[in-house]
Design a protein around this ligand. Structure first.
Ligand code: CLF
Ligand code: SF4
Length: 299
């Protein structure tokens, strides 16, 4: 029934700091940086830093093996009582590193079954891994979707290439493949009862006019939440600077985009663009406290 469905959604979000604004001051998340590789290229990413689709540009997180990641989660869980969610959000793309990502989730399900599992992806390989996502009870997935333009024209300004079927596909053709997989993947996730959040990076002059179309599409697909993140551009971050001198999105531009998208979608407004190894409450970063020597020797 409608009520029990609503209850199910409430149960999923009530202690997830990103999905529920009310939860974000009371519940903490940890990101484990087990996923270094990526399978697409965003113009605003230079690979030396964490994935800018779910993290703060210009930050480099130390990679962890699945085993060490689980040790870290168990250690942090002992120190931070409010820990409720473990997310894999890079430093590359969670699903471009399927063996590491799913081994981490498998171990976590076994050793820390009370923690919610969360993953963030560009969506290229979502349909392929839907069964795995369901199998490990990952009930929160974020897909970064910056355009729904079917022609691939806008996408080609954001993604120079995607890696598909063992080769690089460039320009509009690559962007079309990415969009197709994202939409297919989101549909599959929603059908399986997984709560989907979408991130969109606001790139002034490139997809600002497109974002309301993205929001409409997300609504149609029953995506739960839309998070509009400003592009933070700096030459030293490699964030789209080289191509056309792309600048950061201003607060004003973010507000305008939020207004335009908010007609269709419930928006997230408390995102703080976390690092791929973030620990603690959103906005607080205790990552540096938990150095490997604290947890690596755990058995
Ligand atoms: Fe992490 Fe993302 Fe899961 Fe949250 S973050 S994988 S949904 S547990 Fe949250 Fe951080 Fe914003 Fe992401 S504040 S960057 S939205
Ligand atoms: Fe970089 Fe993330 Fe884009 Fe991959 S998906 S190129 S890691 S910003």
């Amino acid at each position: 029934t409608h009520d029990s469905l609503e209850q199910e959604v409430m149960d999923k979000i009530n202690n997830h700091p990103c999905y529920s604004e009310g939860a974000h001051q009371h519940y903490a998340r940890i990101h484990v940086a087990v996923a270094p590789a990526c399978n697409i290229q965003c113009h605003y990413c230079n690979r030396k830093f964490d994935c800018s689709n779910e993290s703060r540009p210009g930050v480099t997180s130390a990679k962890l093996s699945p085993e060490d990641a689980v040790k870290k989660v168990l250690y942090v869980g002992g120190e931070i009582q409010q820990l409720s969610v473990v997310g894999i959000a890079g430093p590359g793309d969670a699903l471009a590193n399927p063996a590491k990502t799913f081994e981490t989730f498998r171990l976590l399900q076994e050793k820390a079954p009370d923690l919610k599992l969360c993953l963030s992806t560009n969506g290229l390989r979502l349909p392929e891994f839907i069964d795995e996502i369901v199998k490990y009870n990952v009930d929160h997935v974020t897909v970064t979707i910056n355009s729904v333009d079917q022609s691939g024209e806008i996408g080609s300004k954001i993604y120079p290439w995607v890696h598909w079927n063992h080769k690089k596909v460039f320009g509009a053709q690559g962007a079309k493949i990415l969009l197709e997989q994202q939409l297919k993947g989101i549909k599959m996730l929603v059908e399986r009862g997984i709560l989907v959040k979408a991130n969109s990076v606001l790139i002034p002059g490139v997809n600002d006019k497109e974002l309301p179309n993205v929001a409409k599409k997300l609504k149609e697909l029953n995506v739960f939440l839309h998070n509009i993140m400003p592009l933070l551009s700096k030459e030293e971050f490699g964030t789209y600077y080289g191509l056309n001198g792309q600048r950061s999105a201003s607060d004003q531009e973010v507000m305008e985009a939020q207004e335009a998208c908010g007609m269709d979608m419930k928006l997230m407004s408390h995102c703080r663009q976390c690092r791929a190894d973030a620990v603690g409450l959103i906005g607080e970063d205790r990552g540096d406290e938990f150095t490997p020597d604290l947890f690596k020797t755990m058995t």
